[in-house]
Design a protein around this ligand. Structure first.
Ligand SMILES: [Zn+2]
Length: 447
């Protein structure tokens, strides 16, 4: 499979090639565990999961690392409000995050490093930035001097915008239109959690953790770095500046950032209070896979407007798909059908075109292939889609139904069609449809 992906760095769809053989280093920015993640966040995690599954299906050996931000302004404020230490406060949201990942059938990362467990690496990286003269000490912390990194803005194409050098930004989430020197380290204030460092006791800023952990777990140059589109600037831009200033090497070959999930026409976010959690969806009776299906109906580079009607449509589609699969009558092991599988792979390898891939799924399901072949083909496709179709149980006949089917078959063979018809009607009342095929009668549960 020749995989083509859109790379934010070059603004082009390029053929994906890892640095070393079939090995892929893949870093994704993980959650800040100060609250329950919302479904806008999960859109990004589903996208990353599909990318990872695609790579694995194509035979790559993927090392997938996702960080957990367990210290930042919001966590400190949240913990203080509850009168808890940040560890206790963050742990319950981290646990909820993992539960949601499992419900959405998102594969576990190979490693989930936490910021607080990597402070030593973060401090070392800041020391190097100070040594190289690209960072400096101010009254409230250590800052990165963006005027010292000529490439600053190359990912987000910031060059054309005005760079306000000298302006200092302490907050982790700063005004996207007014870039400035950003905090690498924030000096200890009051009773905030802090760590000792040669340049003064304090805590890391948000951006530095991803540079430190990406390089620690995956190396100085990695193949893929992903996240949501809102991370391009400043977060990913700052990661490049921090990492490349120290190594002098390219930090990431492929940058992939998935588009927003919109709600009421705006980006779904905590600050706008227009968000839903996975729990909100489940409490309304939706299958978590209905949300995953909904995400797959849109291309990852297109905004997706979340409305309940589309989630209902996705629920109908996934229920219908699962029902059809449960009703497949299997006789023998079969190989996936190469024609449809090839079409499916063409769609996925073309910059992960999941809407087209889903259309191929339905085309295959509605074709006249044998059930055995349909089943093995859909399971192969689902290795990429991750809709959990391998967990669908085969439908079982209600008690006594098999006896009626056998009796009907006997009657048919004896040309007693009146009796056979009566038995068919009896089976229909039980919700069973019978189809006579050259291999014998096939039954299906009626939807
Ligand atoms: Zn990050």
């Amino acid at each position: 499979m020749k995989l083509k992906l859109y790379n934010t760095l070059t603004r082009k769809v390029e053929e994906f090639k890892p640095q070393v053989g079939k090995k892929v280093s893949f870093y994704a920015c993980g959650p800040t565990v100060y609250d329950f993640a919302h479904i806008g966040n999960f859109r990004t995690y589903i996208f990353e999961d599909v990318l990872r599954r695609t790579l694995e299906t194509a035979g790559y050996d993927v090392n997938f690392v996702m960080n957990i931000t367990d210290v930042d302004d919001k966590i400190i404020h949240g913990a203080a409000e509850k009168g808890e230490d940040i560890g206790t406060f963050a742990a319950k949201y981290e646990e909820a995050f993992f539960e949601d990942l499992e419900k959405l059938n998102i594969k576990k990362a190979d490693c989930y490093p936490r910021a607080t467990e990597n402070v030593e690496e973060i401090v070392k990286l800041i020391e190097k930035l100070l040594e190289r003269g690209v960072a400096y000490k101010a009254a409230d912390g250590i800052y990165f001097d963006i005027s010292k990194f000529p490439d600053y803005g190359k990912l987000s194409r910031l060059k054309e915008r005005e760079l306000k050098t000298g302006a200092r930004i302490l907050s982790d989430q700063y005004d996207k239109e007014n870039p400035g020197d950003f905090a690498l380290w924030k000096f200890k204030k009051d009773d905030e959690p802090s760590w000792k460092a040669s340049f003064g006791e304090g805590r890391p800023g948000w951006h530095i953790e991803c540079s430190a952990m990406s390089m620690k777990y995956l190396g100085e140059t990695i193949d893929i770095h992903a996240g949501g589109v809102d991370l391009i600037f400043p977060h990913h831009e700052n990661e490049i500046a921090q990492s490349e200033s120290v190594t002098g090497k390219k930090f990431v070959n492929f940058w992939l950032e998935s588009e927003h999930l919109l709600s009421l026409g705006q980006k779904m976010s905590k600050s706008l209070n227009n968000f839903f959690t996975l729990g909100d969806l489940l409490s309304k009776g939706f299958d978590p896979q209905a949300f995953r299906y909904l995400v797959l109906t849109a291309h990852w580079q297109k905004q997706l407007n979340f409305i309940w009607e589309s989630l209902e449509a996705a629920q109908n589609a996934i229920s219908n798909l699962k029902f059809k699969i449960s009703n497949f009558q299997l006789h023998k092991e079969a190989k996936p059908f190469a024609g449809y599988l090839g079409k499916f792979e063409d769609a996925i390898s073309d910059n992960l075109n999941t809407p087209v891939a889903l259309a191929v799924v339905w085309e295959m399901i509605q074709s006249d292939l044998l059930d055995d072949i349909k089943k093995s083909t859909i399971l192969e496709m689902d290795k990429v889609l991750g809709l959990g179709l391998d967990k669908v149980d085969q439908a079982k006949l209600p008690k006594g139904a098999q006896k009626l089917i056998d009796e009907r078959e006997k009657a048919r063979k004896n040309s007693d069609y009146k009796k056979a018809d009566g038995l068919r009607q009896e089976l229909e009342k039980m919700g069973i449809e019978i189809e006579d095929t050259p291999e014998g009668p096939k039954w299906r549960l009626k939807s």
